[in-house]
Design a protein around this ligand. Structure first.
Ligand SMILES: Cc1ncc(COP(=O)(O)O)c(C=O)c1O
Length: 408
């Protein structure tokens, strides 16, 4: 039944969520992060309800940047966001309008890859993003999606393998990027092979965008990718959304005008203001933030492995990103557990991960955890996950000791 009781129930649920996820758990989800207080304030500013839209020439009127009145500040806010994105990711052209990483992928692919065009992308079983699998975006837009294989349990992309696939499949677009993303790609070699055959190289940095912003991981555009895009809320600690950057004017001239009415309409200006703030913060603190995130991931991988939780990639130092991965086969063989069972045990003890064995260190770096804290965190994860110990009150006390965010 609708009415005040539902409104009270809603208020209770939001309060309870805020208390639970906002201050009572350690969040180790690789897809999430903590937004700075200022960016959060912008999210609930008056911008949250406003519109602005360009319009093409029509009805004898010339085109304009904006069809709506009252927008004297929104264009300037967007310009700040786009300029910061362009500087951080080393391209001359940027848009922060995509509403998410998925929408940013559409923003790039819809104008550049015609129906019947061939897309070479890492498949979900190799850690690729599900959206690029044949049943999803390719099914909607009529693209011919082919798998780009990776190697080993780390799901690394090897230059020779990728180049061979490019030769064999003759794609129009080579799409780099993974949801399970541990190591940088040999972008230069892949881009050379792709460009020699007239293919574009798109880099989906959804997971690693914050690391790239901080000068860690890799620099896709300078290494030869044509476009970099991704989510703004995973390793990049911004509001949920997306952005896209390129150094190629010819591509941007196809992408930017095609956004409105093909991929999206209103671009959510409170989000863009919050994102602008996050990008400007990263220009100041990005390198220290990204270094800490990666050092935490490497340290946590080592500490977990040393305590008997099998992790992927120990011979390679576990990771160069914000993610580390539980080794599911070794976990089952040694402990009779699947990653999902581990995650359920952890959640009961206030340690939040996903059910596929990814552990992320971006949000804990924002909280203030340092590499020297990783042995303590590993102890808690191993005690809760492998020994079913009740560590929830220890986690809560530790979480509550972090009163403000780091890297602001
Ligand atoms: C590699 C990759 N690309 C795109 C997306 C979609 O991002 P969003 O949730 O921002 O739409 C994800 C989401 O997890 C992802 O992992």
């Amino acid at each position: 039944m609708a009415g005040p009781s539902n409104e009270a129930e809603l208020a209770r649920l939001v309060r309870a969520h805020d208390r639970w996820r906002g201050s009572s758990v350690l969040n180790l989800l690789a897809s999430e992060n903590a937004i700075s207080p200022t960016a959060r304030r912008y999210l609930s500013s008056d911008l949250a309800g406003r519109y602005t839209l360009p319009h093409p020439p029509r009805d004898g009127e010339p085109g304009s940047d904006n069809d709506y009145g009252g927008t004297r500040y929104t264009d300037a806010i967007e310009a700040l966001a786009n300029a910061a994105a362009a500087r951080l990711f080393h391209g001359r052209f940027a848009t922060t309008r995509p509403l998410s990483g998925h929408i940013a992928a559409m923003a790039a692919l819809v104008p550049l890859l015609p129906r019947g065009g061939r897309l070479l992308a890492i498949p979900p079983e190799a850690g690729g993003y599900d959206g690029y699998a044949p049943g999803y975006l390719p099914a909607i837009f009529g693209w011919d999606a082919r798998p780009l294989p990776t190697e080993g349990p780390e799901r690394t992309l090897v230059a020779e393998v990728a180049i061979e696939e490019i030769r064999r499949e003759k794609p129009d677009v080579v799409l780099l990027g993974q949801s399970r993303f541990l190591f940088p790609y040999p972008v230069t070699a892949i881009a050379e092979a792709a460009h020699a055959r007239g293919a574009l190289v798109l880099y989906d940095a959804s997971h690693v965008l914050g690391l790239i912003a901080g000068g860690e991981f890799q620099d896709p555009l300078r290494e030869g990718a044509d476009i970099v895009y991704g989510s703004t809320h995973k390793s990049l600690p911004g509001p949920q959304g997306g952005l896209l950057v390129t150094d190629r004017e010819d591509l941007f001239a196809q992408i930017d005008p095609a956004l409105v009415w093909r991929v999206l309409d209103n671009a959510h200006w409170n989000r863009i203001a919050g994102l602008a703030r996050t990008l400007l913060e990263l220009e100041r603190v990005g390198p220290a933030y990204a270094r800490t995130v990666v050092a935490n991931a490497q340290g946590l991988g080592r500490a977990l492995e040393d305590r008997g939780l099998p992790m992927v990639g120990s011979a390679l130092g576990f990771t160069r990103s914000h993610q580390i991965h539980v080794d599911p086969d070794a976990l089952l063989a040694r402990h009779g557990l699947r990653p999902s069972a581990l995650a359920r045990r952890w959640e009961k003890q206030r340690l939040i991960t996903d059910l596929i064995g990814r552990i992320g260190t971006a949000e804990i770096a924002r909280l203030g955890l340092l590499p020297s804290d990783m042995p303590r965190l590993a102890d808690l994860l191993v005690r809760a996950g492998l020994r079913s110990e009740k560590v929830g009150s220890e986690v809560l006390a530790w979480r509550r000791s972090f009163r403000s965010l780091a890297f602001l």
